[in-house]
Design a protein around this ligand. Structure first.
Ligand SMILES: [Zn+2]
Length: 415
């Protein structure tokens, strides 16, 4: 075993152990507070709802610990012979060409998907079902998967072909060209998603509630926001979880409300949710997020470019073949152990953005409706109100609802 391979296995093991430790802390914190609704919520959350949130959070966390262990086993299986096995099998069918590389890389994704499938089935039909969130049926589930895979193939085959072609043709600077391609994809993605992909999964209908529409339009006008439409999405086809999102840039910006949100919330709360999303736009979080993502992709690809040039890379992983696709896959594996180092920083930025958006909502519609909307979302989605602080620091992309409510109250000067 080479030093690099030993380092890789140790780093993967360390992340898995850390993630199991954090999960156990989270389960412990939730279970310890299971019988007490936090003081700020005694008037709005019943003990039954609090129990449900605790049990749901713990059930999901237990599942994710099994997933972490399976992910670790898969990473081990890849580096301890799996890569060679899959590559030799691909090489037996496809002669040396760019296509062999593409098929090999897609093969690695197929293996990952196949292993993730039982978890997805369990999540939808057992876990979500048990807590009353599942609305999907076998037919929708199977169709979703097939459509998702078809779209992934349509997007990834040309991208992989172009990337492998650039690796061969532009030798030293292939990573820069790949980055340009990726950048174009990142910029086009929201529009493509809204126009071509999302409609294959859900039906979008213009918001029909006239009073609510007029109210939201007044809010948009006050904030100087132009959108190309207010839509509702039939999320209830799959789930009972409620949500709302803004998507797209410039003229194609759309506001989408889940029908599940509309069914459960008051107009005040819906207005607050939209004001919060407007806050993200006002503070340019979407553009900054995109710029951050593009910079990180540039850094990552530059590192890929350097690594792929090193003659020791493949031998260090015991790979006797020569193919750029293999170097690329090894880089992806290596980055899977570096990624967790960056996640807490990006989550920290994301949580700061959430507070800014909450402040924007407070100034537009007042703290009251925002607090009430957050409480309802936490209640309807069975989110825990008592997370472990360390777990939240590492994993949460949104501050916990109690922290957000506290922040809104203190900014408003309400005790
Ligand atoms: Zn937000």
């Amino acid at each position: 075993m080479s030093a690099l391979l030993i380092l890789f296995v140790m780093a993967s093991a360390a992340w898995t152990i850390l993630s199991l430790y954090l999960s156990s802390r989270q389960i412990d914190a939730v279970s310890r507070h299971r019988d007490h609704v936090p003081a700020d919520f005694t008037a709005t959350v019943t003990i039954g709802e609090h129990h449900k949130a605790a049990d749901y959070t713990m059930a999901r966390e237990r599942l994710s610990t099994i997933e972490s262990i399976v992910d670790f086993a898969l990473a081990l299986a890849w580096v301890l012979g799996g890569i060679n096995l899959l590559y030799a099998a691909t090489a037996a069918v496809i002669p040396a060409s760019l296509w062999r590389g593409v098929v090999f890389l897609i093969g690695t994704a197929v293996v990952g998907n196949a292993i993730g499938l039982p978890f997805a089935v369990y999540k939808a039909f057992i876990l979500e079902q048990k807590f009353g969130f599942n609305r999907t049926n076998v037919k929708t589930f199977v169709l979703d998967r097939l459509k998702g895979w078809a779209i992934s193939l349509v997007v990834s085959i040309p991208l992989l072909l172009a990337c492998l072609w650039a690796m061969r043709g532009f030798a030293g600077l292939w990573w820069l060209w790949t980055w340009f391609g990726l950048l174009a994809l990142m910029i086009a993605a929201p529009t493509v998603y809204v126009r071509l992909i999302a409609p294959r999964f859900n039906t979008f209908t213009p918001l029909s509630d006239e009073a609510l529409r007029a109210r939201i339009e007044r809010l948009l006008e006050r904030s100087g926001f132009r959108s190309s439409g207010l839509f509702t999405m039939d999320a209830s086809k799959r789930t009972a979880h409620g949500n709302a999102f803004f998507i797209g840039f410039g003229k194609t910006k759309r506001i989408v409300l889940f029908d599940t949100l509309l069914q459960s919330s008051t107009p005040d709360e819906i207005e607050a949710v939209i004001a919060h999303e407007l806050g993200h736009f006002r503070h340019r979080h979407v553009i900054f997020g995109l710029a951050r993502g593009a910079l990180m992709a540039l850094g990552g690809l530059a590192a890929f470019g350097w690594l792929c040039k090193q003659a020791w890379l493949l031998p260090a992983f015991g790979i006797p073949f020569h193919d750029d696709a293999l170097s690329l896959f090894v880089c992806i594996l290596l980055f899977s152990v570096i990624g967790p180092l960056l996640a807490p920083a990006s989550n920290w930025i994301s949580r700061r953005n959430e507070f800014q958006a909450d402040d924007y909502a407070r100034l537009s519609v007042g703290a009251g409706p925002m607090i009430s909307a957050l409480t309802r979302l936490a209640r309807d989605n069975a989110s825990t109100l008592t997370p472990d602080p360390l777990y939240a620091l590492v994993h949460y992309s949104h501050p916990s609802v109690p922290l957000r409510v506290k922040h809104l109250r203190s900014s408003e000067g309400v005790a």
